[in-house]
Design a protein. Structure first.
Length: 147
């Protein structure tokens, strides 16, 4: 999922709401409806923490993140925090998919959305028409997938 910047008038409305004391936890003021109870959310978070992750998956995550720091088309690669995000999102995805453990496909599926905004391409790569998505996709595909 790619979240674009809001239109100008929406951005001004966001500023206006915050200026007049908007509190994100006050759902009514934002015309939002609660879809899950606090207790349910805490139970889901607890379940995700229990999802198993083998050592080879941790290595796979680290190698994927580190590859962004070695890539010639990337000026600034992803930090270890990207790996933490990949771990947590991979665990959440495994839970959503009904598994008690993370598999490489979970990590592959979360890698691009997690990494795309955490890297900066070299200007030369951008001039050549490369995008973060293209560069990262090739890095992800080049990783040795654990068995």
């Amino acid at each position: 999922m790619v979240i674009e910047y809001p239109p100008n008038e929406v951005e001004v409305d966001i500023l206006r709401r915050h200026h007049s004391g908007f509190r994100p936890e006050n759902l009514d003021s934002a015309n939002l409806q609660r879809v899950v109870a606090r207790e349910e959310l805490l139970a889901m978070q607890s379940r995700v923490r229990e999802i198993g992750v083998e050592e080879k998956i941790l290595d796979y995550i680290q190698q994927t993140v580190a590859s962004t720091r070695r890539a010639t088309d990337i000026l600034v690669g992803a930090s270890p925090r990207a790996g933490i995000a990949m771990l947590n999102c991979g665990k959440a995805l495994a839970a959503i998919r009904g598994r008690e453990f993370v598999i490489p496909d979970d990590i592959k599926d979360v890698a691009l959305p997690i990494l795309r905004h955490r890297v900066i391409l070299r200007p030369e790569a951008e001039v050549e028409g490369l995008t973060a998505n293209r560069v990262l996709q090739s890095l992800i595909e080049a990783q040795v997938v654990p068995r």
